[in-house]
Design a protein around this ligand. Structure first.
Ligand SMILES: [Zn+2]
Length: 164
């Protein structure tokens, strides 16, 4: 593959993996026992004070370390599990990217592993008590769209590579 295209693919892949790991805390945590927030709620809120969390405070793993594990508004302790989850998802995606040479099909593998991880989390933590089935279907549907867009971009870059 053309070097410039390879770099574009790799950077795009890593950035979108970070975004997905950040979104995973809304996506997966909202399916688990005790969750009440609607799966499509755009704002990411503190579980205790209910205040929206600014985007700068939503950077996966790093935000947790910078805030020393506490909400910047109310000082409540942020649960560790979602942060571990973000770390696992980024690590899995990066390993998969390196092994495949940042090929587009890595995105399909990531999608499969992500949904598998989601099911494992639900089995071990229990499902939310209200609107679980509806939330689960929406969650998988949104991820098909999201991973599909990322795959589409990566596949387009590979196609351009065959032309030049
Ligand atoms: Zn708070």
């Amino acid at each position: 593959m053309n070097n410039a295209l390879r770099i574009i693919s790799a950077v795009f892949y890593i950035l979108t993996s970070i975004v997905i790991s950040g979104l995973s805390t809304s996506d997966i945590q909202r399916l688990l026992r005790g969750a009440k927030t609607d799966i499509t709620e755009k704002n990411c809120c503190c579980d205790l004070c209910g205040k929206p969390i600014p985007v700068i405070r939503q950077i996966p793993v790093i935000s947790f370390l910078l805030s020393k594990g506490r909400c910047s508004m109310c000082g409540a302790k942020i649960p560790l599990l979602p942060t571990i989850q973000e770390g696992i998802i980024i690590a899995e995606a990066v390993v998969c990217g390196i092994i495949t040479g940042f090929a587009s099909y890595a995105v399909i593998i990531n999608f499969g592993l992500y949904e598998l991880f989601k099911i494992v989390m639900i089995v071990f933590n229990g499902r939310r008590s209200t609107e679980f089935a509806k939330s689960f279907i929406i969650s998988v549907g949104l991820n098909i769209c999201l991973f599909g867009l990322i795959y589409g971009f990566m596949a387009a870059v590979e196609f351009i590579d065959t032309l030049i």
